[in-house]
Write a protein that binds this ligand. Structure first.
Ligand code: ASP
Length: 325
């Protein structure tokens, strides 16, 4: 069923969330933040803004919301720091920008956009990326800005588990299958152009400068003329599968329907290799997909009726465009 609903915005706030992880109050706050991100991004589209503008605006809201593992509220590395990654891709031009290993950039997605639009490069890391951010007038903050108590306690738990594993000679899983709350957005603007963006703190207890899939173009983030994808999950497996690109390549080259291609990569290829997680995918015809294989994935979309639709757990209803009254 092709549903041409222009403009459209689709978001995720990360896979991995399970019943019992959130207090009712935290759940309400997460739903509110998702709705606010949808409304903010959608306002850009309604005003004639580009898909790049809408994706950037929606992700900025989610980076500022401490419920998600991006910007404020990012997870902690092994040595107790918040280390942020983000990427943005414009499906119309094929241009992309990405940054990794950031400690001071308040909104990494804004830096990814500046790299895409105002540099000759695609990806910058660490100190150099932050120097470019400073030169571009992008807001830098004290690293303590990103800290939340909940994430700090998640690190302490991961460290305890790691020590227990070491004590009993169990193999160590590095950086650990501990992800939760990466954010992403896909937009289809009134000109029919797609964009994709993803922002994350990566995985709890990561070390050695580990970088996941989110800022790697083609792994966690991809947009082309007919298809856009943002992933969330165990990043190592998304990188090995070139997951976001693989979904769009199946649509473009093999003519697979977008929901089938997304399901195949996220729910078959990645689990078969030992990984898990989810993704959002959006076609230039307005068809969208939300595959995931964890108990929940924060997710939502908004179309021409201007009503944000959001869901968290697997069994939460999320009517798709053709199914809404
Ligand atoms: N994919 C992210 C990473 O591996 C984590 C996540 O989606 O929560 O860095």
């Amino acid at each position: 069923m092709a549903v041409l609903d222009l403009p459209t915005l689709v978001i995720h706030g990360g896979a991995g969330v399970a019943h019992g992880d959130l207090t009712p109050e935290e759940e309400t706050q997460a739903r509110r933040a998702l709705e606010q991100a949808l409304r903010t991004g959608y306002a850009k589209l309604q005003g004639g803004g580009s898909s790049v503008e809408a994706v950037t605006a929606a992700i900025t809201v989610l980076e500022d919301a401490p419920q998600f593992n991006a910007g404020r509220g990012a997870v902690f590395t092994h040595d107790g720091r918040n280390e942020l990654d983000a990427a943005l891709m414009d499906g119309a031009s094929g241009k992309a920008g990405a940054a990794a290993g950031l400690h001071r950039v308040k909104n990494p997605i804004l830096l990814a956009r500046a790299i895409m639009e105002r540099s000759r490069h695609v990806m910058m890391i660490g100190d150099g990326a932050e120097q470019f951010a400073r030169e571009q007038g992008i807001t830098l903050v004290d690293p303590a800005y990103f800290r939340t108590e909940k994430r700090w306690q998640q690190l302490q738990k991961a460290l305890r588990e790691e020590r227990a594993a070491q004590a009993s000679n169990q193999p160590l899983v590095l950086p650990g299958k501990a992800y939760f709350g990466t954010v992403g957005a896909l937009a289809l603007d009134v000109r029919g152009n797609l964009a994709a963006g993803t922002s994350t703190g990566g995985m709890t207890n990561k070390r050695y400068g580990r970088v996941g899939d989110a800022p790697i173009i083609g792994a966690g983030t991809w947009a082309e003329a007919g298809c856009a994808v943002s992933g969330t999950g165990w990043g190592e497996f998304y990188i090995r599968a070139a997951a976001a690109h693989e979904i769009c390549a199946r649509v473009r080259l093999a003519g697979e329907p977008l929901p089938k291609a997304a399901d195949e990569v996220i729910n078959h290829i990645i689990p078969k290799a030992g990984g898990d997680g989810g993704a959002i995918a959006l076609g230039a015809d307005g068809v969208m997909a939300f595959p995931f294989n964890t108990p929940g994935m924060y997710r939502g979309w908004i179309g021409p009726d201007g009503v944000p639709h959001v869901a968290i757990y697997r069994e939460d209803p999320l009517p798709l465009p053709g199914q809404t009254p």
